[in-house]
Each structure stands twice: as C-alpha cells, then as structure tokens.
Design a protein around this ligand. Structure first.
Ligand code: HEC
Ligand code: HEC
Length: 249
C-alpha cells in the first residue's frame, strides 16, 4: 500500500520533466549563445554550409550523433570539442531542435542601479525574493539569476509569470494525515521526503507517507508587471537581474 501511495505522488512530478521544458530550452539557449554563437551566429547560419536553425544536419541523423559532434567536435575542421556535462548537453540538443521556433527577441536593458531601486521599492520584489542575503525566503532566491537565465526569459517572467515559469517553482499545498494544511515552496525532493519553505519562511521536511493530499498550485503567486511597471522600469529591473551572478553569496 505504501508503495502505491508513493507512486501516486511521484507521477505528476515526473510528468513535468518531459516534453518541451521551457527552463531546459532557456538553459540550452544560454549555452548556445555563450559557447556556439561566436562561430555559428545567433541564428546558426554563420558557418558556410551549416544551417543549425533548419534542424537538418549534414553530419547528424540522431540526437546521439548531435551530442557526439558537440562533445568531440569534427576533426579536421574548425568545429572544436566541447566539455559540456550531460544535463547541459541534453538542453543544448533540445535547443538546437527548437531554434527554429525560438524567438530571438531583443530585450532592452536599462540601468542596473535604477533597477535595484525599483526591485527593492516600487516593484516590491524583495517582499517575495531574496538577493545576496536581503529580502524574503518566500519565493526563489535570485542572487545568481543573471548567470542561469537569459534576458528574454527574465522579461517573460515579468510580463507573463503565468506562462513563463515552470510549475516546479510553484507552491505546493499538502495535508498531513493528522489534518494539518501546509503550503510553501518546494526546495528539494527525494523518493521519501519533500522539503519546503512554508508560508512562515520555515524549512520543513515532510514524509510523503504522512501526507494525505499533495498538489502543486496552478496559479503563479508572482503578479504580472505588464501594467505595474513602465517599460523603462522593466528594462532597469531586467538589467539589474542580468547583473546578479551570484558572486557575493
Ligand atoms: C570555433 C568555431 C566553432 C564553435 C565554437 C562551434 N562550432 Fe559547430 N561547427 C563549426 C564549423 C566550422 C562546422 C562545420 C564543419 C564542417 O562540416 O566542415 C561546425 C559544425 C557543426 C555541426 C554540424 C552541422 C551539420 O550540418 O551536420 C553542429 C551540429 C555544430 N557545429 C554545433 C555546434 C554547437 C552546438 C556548438 C556549441 C557547443 C558549436 N557547434 C560550436 C565551428 C564551430
Ligand atoms: C507575491 C510574491 C512575488 C513578487 C512580489 C514577485 N515575485 Fe517573482 N516569483 C514569485 C514566485 C512564487 C516565482 C516562482 C514561479 C511561479 O510561481 O510562477 C517567481 C519567479 C520569478 C522569476 C523566475 C525565476 C526563475 O529562475 O525561473 C523571476 C526572474 C522573478 N520572479 C523576478 C521578480 C521581480 C523582478 C519582481 C519584482 C518586479 C518579482 N519577481 C516579484 C513570487 C513573486
């Protein structure tokens, strides 16, 4: 019985990890622009005879071929070997397939200094997020968000938190067998337990076997800043976020 209950809890979480995962694509896009676009260009068409964006590869028939080309390079040509871990490799291959549909949109960056003022003041961001030790534990710590997200992702997060962010960041709502209701942000999870930051900012570890219900909230807690900030203020906030590389942790 216990085994069945565990399975029922695990399936929805696993399901989220398949399909086109926007965070994975964003990660792939970031690696591409950092490592590959110097030669291949933002649209993958700068090396003559190679059109990465078309999704047709002369030298690769399968994803495994692609991964191998990326890792070992193409001997005798300028295509170098790349030392990329397997998770990032999967993200990069996913991005190569999705490049065609990926909007290479230009994001305006304003002043990071003004952005910080908006973040801590008018935007009310620090009421939920934490940066370099200041602010709330309620939502994600953004201290290194500039190192892990592209400007386009950050802009989407501000304009459309509903569609931009993945459910894996969403809050969970659980009821224990004794009837206690707990909501909070999921920090970590293994087969038997789940760790959350509850609404009072306390870290709690829950045994999955002790939970009667467990669900991920469908609504984002993050408000859209489409109307709450001007375009100039958003550009400032994005510049500030881009500047957060996690150095001063
Ligand atoms: C130093 C320049 C350079 C860098 C950096 C580079 N490439 Fe290449 N890449 C090339 C060249 C040149 C070719 C064409 C080789 C040939 O076939 O003559 C190539 C070929 C390829 C091919 C094969 C295309 C096909 O049609 O089969 C793929 C896929 C590819 N690169 C992906 C990447 C990815 C992904 C990255 C980043 C991790 C990357 N490259 C980084 C220069 C580069
Ligand atoms: C009421 C709480 C709240 C406020 C206020 C808030 N956020 Fe969020 N934010 C969240 C939550 C919760 C998430 C996680 C995703 C979700 O639930 O949609 C999130 C996600 C994000 C993300 C995505 C991070 C990632 O790596 O995926 C960014 C960037 C972000 N917020 C920036 C901001 C900025 C900048 C502001 C202020 C202009 C702000 N947030 C205000 C709650 C908030």
């Amino acid at each position: 019985m216990k085994f069945l209950a565990l399975l029922a809890l695990a399936i929805p979480l696993l399901a989220q990890q398949h399909g086109t995962d926007p965070i994975q694509l964003d990660n792939g896009a970031r690696i591409y622009s950092g490592t590959c676009s110097v030669c291949h260009g933002p649209d993958g068409d700068q090396v003559s005879g190679v059109e990465l964006k078309k999704g047709q590869f002369r030298r690769a028939a399968t994803d495994d071929d692609l991964a191998k080309i990326i890792q070992t390079g193409i001997p005798g040509t300028a295509m170098p070997p790349n030392n990329i871990n397997s998770g990032n490799l999967v993200a990069l291959v996913a991005y190569l397939h999705a490049m065609r549909d990926f909007k290479t949109k230009k994001v305006t960056l304003g002043s990071a200094t003004t952005g910080r003022t908006v973040f801590e003041g008018k935007g009310g961001c620090a009421g939920c997020h934490r940066v370099n030790g200041n602010g709330s534990h309620m939502a994600l710590d953004l201290s290194d968000v500039g190192a892990v997200r592209t400007p386009a992702y950050l802009e989407d997060a501000l304009l459309e938190p509903e569609t931009a962010n993945l459910p894996q960041h969403r809050f969970i709502r659980a009821t224990t067998r004794t009837g206690e209701q707990i909501t909070g942000r999921r920090m970590n999870e293994d087969t038997l337990t789940i760790q959350i930051i509850d609404s009072k900012e306390r870290l709690r570890s829950l045994n999955k076997a002790d939970l009667r219900t467990y669900e991920i909230e469908k609504e984002s807690r993050m408000p859209s800043y489409r109307d709450k900030l001007t375009a100039a203020e958003r550009a400032d906030v994005i510049a500030y976020l881009v500047s957060l590389k996690g150095a001063a942790k």
